[in-house]
Every structure is written in structure tokens, then in C-alpha cells.
Design a protein around this ligand. Sequence first.
Ligand code: ATP
Ligand code: MG
Length: 239
Amino acid sequence: MDSTPILQVDGLSLRYGGVHAVQGVKFAVRRGTCFAILGRNGAGKTTTLRALMALGPKPEGEIQFDGRPTVGWKSYEIARAGVAFVPETRGIFPSLTVRENLVLASRPGNIAADERWTLDRAFDLFPRLRERLDNGGGQLSGGEQQMLSIARALLTNPKLLLLDEPTEGLAPVVVQQLRDALARVKQTGLTIVLVEQNLQVALSLADEMIVLGKGLVRWGGHRDEFESATDVRDTWLSI
Ligand SMILES: Nc1ncnc2c1ncn2[C@@H]1O[C@H](COP(=O)(O)OP(=O)(O)OP(=O)(O)O)[C@@H](O)[C@H]1O
Ligand SMILES: [Mg+2]
């Protein structure tokens, strides 16, 4: 088993105009784990994820994915190297059917044939999508769109899955379904970076985490340590 982190971020900084959206962000994600990025609105969570995907302005600092520095790469090159991104906006094609959305996303990646995500495996994870196969993406509920967006990302057969607030704005029962599905995805051994404001969801999935506040890493550590870090919660998470 390769023990070097699949993702290493060091000194990541990004500015919009004169404002530092993230500053000197550093973290490492071990293979096969779930890593959460927590923080309030405007803390820099989305900016960090987008920087990993080379979306937005070029960042300062270093990003190493799977042993290679990726700052300066194009988004499609990062995707091809095995990083899949589920944005807050979900990024599905509303005018295409569920089936078309899934088929278009599918590619073998660099994954052994018997470990690959297929349409059948995606339906096993999200049975709802099978029922909605011939519906347009735009006809789906918010929860179904999120399922479709995650399924599309999985069908690219990535090595690393980036999720930006997958449960945001969804009903509690759907939040639970998504949480359970992500737990199953984690069990397959896929590495996940999860941005999540639902602390219960984050803590039930993440092995390690950082807390961002105003663009800086305010805390980092293991989930078990986080349980007792009440000052971090009070200062950088609670509203
Ligand atoms: N395109 C942009 N232009 C200017 N400022 C931006 C832009 N995108 C983000 N920002 C600013 O950068 C900071 C970090 O934003 P970011 O979207 O990364 O936060 P976030 O942690 O994802 O918040 P949320 O929980 O609301 O999604 C904020 O101050 C935000 O206003
Ligand atoms: Mg965000």
C-alpha cells in the first residue's frame, strides 16, 4: 500500500482583487480516506476546491496530486489524471436525459476493469436514478440532481472525488440518503475531499479535517480530536 498522501497542498493562496480568499492553506489527504474542509460562509472552502481543479485564478503555492505537481495544469488535464469535482452548482446537463448525462460522463479512468464504476453500479448506489433514466436532468428534484452529479463524477472512474456541499439545501431524509451513499463510496476505497457545512454529515464520513476561517487554516486534525476542540467550533463554525 502506497502511504504517500494522494493529495498534498502547501502554501495555497488566492486573491480576488485585493482580498485574500485563501492564504497559506496546507493539508494532506491520505489514500482511501475522507478529508473534510469545514468553515462558515465565505471561509474559502469553494475557492480551495476550485483551485485543486484549476478553476479560477492561478493560485500561489503547491498542489501535488498522485505524486505530480499540478499547479499550471489545465482543468481537463487534472480531470484526466483522476480528479473528479462535484460543484455546488452540480454541473449536470438539464436538457439531456439522466441516461445521456451518465453515458456522456463515463470513461474507464486508470482503474482496474473489475473495480470500475459502471451504470449498473451507479444505479445500485442511487436506485432513484434508474427510475428517472429517461427524464431530463432539469426535471429532477434537487436531491436527484445531486445523485446524478455524484454518479457522473464516479463514472469518470477517478482516484480522488471532490465534493462541494453535497447536502446543502436538501431535506433531512435526502441528506441521510446521500450520506449513506457517500459512506458506501468511501468503503470502495475511493479518496474523498468533502466540503460540508452539515457537521453531522462531515463527522460521520471524515477521518481528518481542517477548519477554514477567513481564508486561513484555523484547525486541523483527526475527527476524534475535533470532538473535544469545542473552542474551534465556537469560534470558527457555530453561527
Ligand atoms: N469570483 C469571486 N470574486 C470575488 N470574490 C470572490 C469570488 N469567489 C469568492 N470570493 C470571495 O472569496 C472568499 C471565499 O469564498 P468561497 O466561495 O471560497 O467561500 P466558501 O467557504 O465556499 O463559502 P460558502 O459556504 O458560502 O460556499 C469570500 O470572501 C468570497 O466573497
Ligand atoms: Mg462554497
